[in-house]
Design a protein around this ligand. Sequence first.
Ligand SMILES: *Cc1c(COP(=O)(O)O)cnc(C)c1O
Length: 367
Amino acid sequence: MKSSPHRHTPALIHLSAIQNNVKKMRQHIGQKSDVYAVVKANAYGHGAVAVARSVHELVDGFCVSNLDEALELRNHLITKPILVLSGIVPENADIARSLNITLTAPSLAWLKIIVSQPTEIKGLKIHIAVDSGMGRIGVCDVEEANEMIALADQHGIIFDGIFTHFATADEKEESKFSAQKEKFDAIVAHLSRRPEFVHSTNSAAGLWHQKEVQDIERLGVAMYGLNPSGNALTLPFELEPALELKSELTHVKTIHEGDTVGYGATFTAQEDTIVGTVSIGYADGWTRDMQGFHVLVDGHFCEIIGRVSMDQMCIKLEKDYEIGTPVTLIGRDGAQEITCQEIAQWRHTINYEVLCLLSDRIYRVYQ
Ligand SMILES: *Cc1c(COP(=O)(O)O)cnc(C)c1O
């Protein structure tokens, strides 16, 4: 999709906020662990290359979700270790090997396909995934892990790490977390050999279980300044949200009693009403269920009225503002603020999704 820099609906990305969040997390977990910045999904919508460059000196490596995301970083001269967190199409392992991209090995079956490839795989680095209770990818017992290590050794594949992923590190109730940790620890303890990197913690585990951080902290959403628990758990230190979403009024008019707004005519004016139009819609990831929520204009909350269309939506204004008046969709305006978390709650989802849905059409401006 084409980014639209001429539209004046930018996401302002505060790189210094991301840097500060990384520094604070490092302090919180201590110096013994590496920090890998999770920049999958275009760095949760913040722009993978820009974010990776801005934290390159502050982190020890990067995590992405697929090979193309890893290639994007290597193509932009990001030289630090990159770990791909999902299982990739085995036929592409050679690309990873040649660019020193570390792969997740989700199972013995996957590794068997890898070693049967005609392409060169000697020197490929892998981290074995352990399914300790997430139920997504990974081995469930130490026998399978040890078979994988033996197979890797036979074929010159480097067994560089082993990791697991927690399903409930962002919840108050800790029994599932403890059970996963116990299972992972038991498997690691019985490995035929300990690799260089044993890791398990995401943002939530790093924030609320910092003693459990092992060789690598995989730092995702907290780096972007959001609370991974929504507001279920209190942050141990303040995070700085890194993204603001702004726009401008493109059209202002007064409608009269009985006039309607938008597809389906779902809003009918009861009296003279000043309506502003904003250039954002569901094609930008500003979903249709935002109808009834609000934005900020001139430090005041203004209701989103009528259906959100693909590219535009309407808001109810208090005054007859000029074209070009700033509109804040996420972020601060005067004394007021709209957070990703508030939007997530309105949509019955999580703050991660609000960020990731912001489409490429929204121009990212770095500050
Ligand atoms: C996405 C992801 C992370 C980062 O999660 P956050 O909650 O954003 O910190 C860490 N590890 C794995 C395996 C992931 O898929």
